[in-house]
Ligand binder design. Structure first.
Ligand SMILES: C[S@@+](CC[C@H](N)C(=O)[O-])C[C@H]1O[C@@H](n2cnc3c(N)ncnc32)[C@H](O)[C@@H]1O
Length: 243
């Protein structure tokens, strides 16, 4: 019984990430809005990633579509991604950027990135990506040593270790320009943020739940930003820097 409850509050059968109650509705959104528009190389990358043992880590296709739209709406040219994995959100960003746009992309694991790289190359956007293998925190600190990087980024997508989100925010807020956007992924954390701490939940959900709650509280009261919580995928909090 407990195991069954666990599955019910986690990602549905671990087959996809969505907070929608009905799988049929999610499928409807994908089939009517996302898949007909999905770039051929994004599709290839997504299908390859779905077969990877950690495939569930990837940004889901409806969220990828949202990121692509946001990057275009704010006319972003210089962006950053923290947590690349095989590159689904990276490719959706790269495709939205102008030809001379740039993404500073960070991940501790280059092998993951290299799995998706052939599809990024096929899409003709690999030249926009500056991939850095390493831990994000020291790389952000290094960027901050150069005054020219402060306020230089139009968009930053944060999708790595949840226990560091607050540390990332303290740095990224200085790197994004006023009027620019930061997207923090997984901020609804399978819905566990709204449930009691002793509710049945998958181990990894339990492990990081308090960090996600802490960052959500912080963002809600940070006067340097306006925020908007969007229940797409596992929840993305958009933060627009205002001062
Ligand atoms: C959820 S996945 C990213 C998914 C990706 N955005 C996508 O669309 O497929 C998280 C990634 O963060 C990376 N990561 C975890 N901790 C990190 C850290 N401290 N610094 C940099 N990358 C990290 C992992 O290697 C993993 O590839």
């Amino acid at each position: 019984m407990a195991e069954q409850e666990n599955q019910e509050i986690g990602h549905k059968e671990l087959a996809h990430k969505t907070l929608l109650q009905s799988d049929a509705l999610y499928q409807y959104i994908l089939e009517t809005s996302v898949f007909p528009r999905e770039h051929e190389c994004m599709k290839e990358l997504r299908q390859m990633t779905e077969k990877h043992p950690w495939g569930l880590m990837a940004t889901p296709p409806d969220e990828g579509q949202l990121i692509n739209m946001l990057v275009k709406l704010i006319n972003a040219k210089k962006t950053m991604e923290i947590g690349v994995y095989t590159g689904y959100s990276l490719l959706s960003t790269a495709l939205a950027l102008p030809h001379d746009g740039k993404i500073f992309a960070i991940d501790i694991n280059r092998e993951y990135y290299e799995l998706g790289l052939p599809m990024i190359e096929k899409a003709g956007v690999a030249h926009k990506i500056d991939f850095k293998e390493g831990y994000a925190l020291p790389l952000l600190d290094e960027l901050l040593l150069d005054e020219n990087n402060k306020g230089a980024f139009d968009f930053v997508f944060v999708d790595a270790d949840k226990d560091n989100y607050l540390n990332y925010h303290k740095r990224v807020i200085e790197l994004v320009r006023v009027g620019g956007l930061i997207g923090y992924d997984n901020t609804l954390w399978s819905g566990a943020v709204a449930g009691p701490p002793d509710a049945p939940m998958l181990d990894y959900v339990k492990q990081f739940r308090s960090y996600v709650i802490e960052v959500n509280k912080y963002l809600a009261h940070d006067s340097r930003i306006e925020i908007c919580q969007i229940p797409v995928g596992d929840g993305i909090t958009l933060c627009r820097r205002i001062i």
